[in-house]
Design a protein around this ligand. Structure first.
Ligand SMILES: *[C@@H]1O[C@H](CO)[C@@H](O)[C@H](O)[C@H]1NC(C)=O
Length: 301
């Protein structure tokens, strides 16, 4: 049974840990400077909390699942620990460091370069989908440097313990591609929420009657999109403050004039987050629009 390290124990990391522990794996984590809530989640998921040197000497894989802004610093901590006597003293090191974070291809290449001169391999992975739950697993898209496909094949063998892995191989594939794929997927998933919110707020600015007529029209002409609006707009409201930085990150990733699309979505999420903290007028517009869409969905069936 493989021993796998997952750092840290957020919603995604702990849910994946639970899956692996259930399949019989040992899952280590290190929670130096983490909150009591992270400790509680880790223990509830069946993870074993250890110091970093133990994590290094006892794990076959290190999965980095941290907030994107901490991805490079965590990889640097692991890289520094490798140089310590305790890092290699036991003789065995993990097979690879797997960066699973929503970082730019540029950042993941910097992270990967840290492991170039070490005995550890490196995998760029992107997790697409929500944390695992009964009957559902997100997909780990994974790629590596051309010529190190063996480490990828070994990683994909973790499928037997419940990790859903899809290898990103083929024409031109290399480190950065899994991160790129993850960011492109976020463009659709979160950008569409930004588009829905912009559309609803702008229609309402003309008049409440316009917003109502728009919902009627779309429930007839675009029922699939309306189902998505009904599901994602309410989910997006409390997360809007987080989406601001994510949209700015996507803008930087896209580059060029097209980046402005995502700077625009950052502004609408900023506005929605501000309304949630403030007078709530825009939140009311969005919520009543979703309610109307739900009623219309009910009557069209
Ligand atoms: C780490 O591995 C060593 C050697 O196999 C073992 O004795 C020890 O119990 C392991 N530590 C933990 C915390 O599992």
């Amino acid at each position: 049974m493989p021993a796998i390290a997952i750092v840290s124990a957020g919603a995604m990391g702990s849910a994946i840990a639970k899956r692996l522990v259930h399949a019989g794996c040992t899952v280590y984590t290190n929670l130096d400077n983490r909150s009591p809530a992270a400790h509680a989640r880790a223990l509830a998921a069946g993870m074993t909390i250890v110091p970093l040197p133990t994590l290094l000497s006892n794990s076959s894989w290190i999965l980095s699942i941290v907030p994107p802004g901490e991805a490079l610093a965590f990889a640097q901590r692991i890289h520094s620990a490798l140089a310590l006597p305790s890092g290699s003293g036991s003789g065995s090191l993990p097979r690879a460091f797997v960066d699973c974070n929503a970082v730019t291809p540029e950042t993941v290449k910097r992270i990967g370069a840290l492991f170039n001169e070490t005995p550890m391999g490196f995998i760029d992975a992107g997790i697409v989908g929500t944390p695992p739950r009964d009957g559902w697993d997100p997909t780990f898209y994974a790629c590596s440097e051309p010529g190190s496909e063996d480490v990828l094949e070994e990683f994909s063998a973790l499928a037997q313990y419940g990790l859903k892995v899809s290898l990103l191989k083929g024409a031109g594939a290399g480190i950065g591609d899994a991160s790129s794929l993850k960011l492109c997927e976020s463009m659709m998933k979160k950008g569409s929420i930004g588009l829905f919110m912009t559309m609803m707020l702008t229609a309402h600015r003309s008049s409440p009657a316009t917003a109502d007529a728009l919902m009627k029209e779309l429930s007839i002409s675009q029922p699939a999109l309306m189902s998505r609006l009904i599901q994602t707009v309410p989910e997006g409201i409390p997360k809007a403050y987080r989406f601001v930085a994510e949209m700015e990150g996507l803008a930087e990733f896209v580059g060029g004039g097209e980046a402005d699309v995502f700077m625009g979505f950052a502004r609408v999420f900023e506005r929605v987050a501000g309304s949630l903290e403030g007078d709530g007028v825009d939140i009311e517009t969005l919520r009543s629009g979703v309610e109307r869409a739900l009623e219309l969905q009910g009557t069209s069936k």
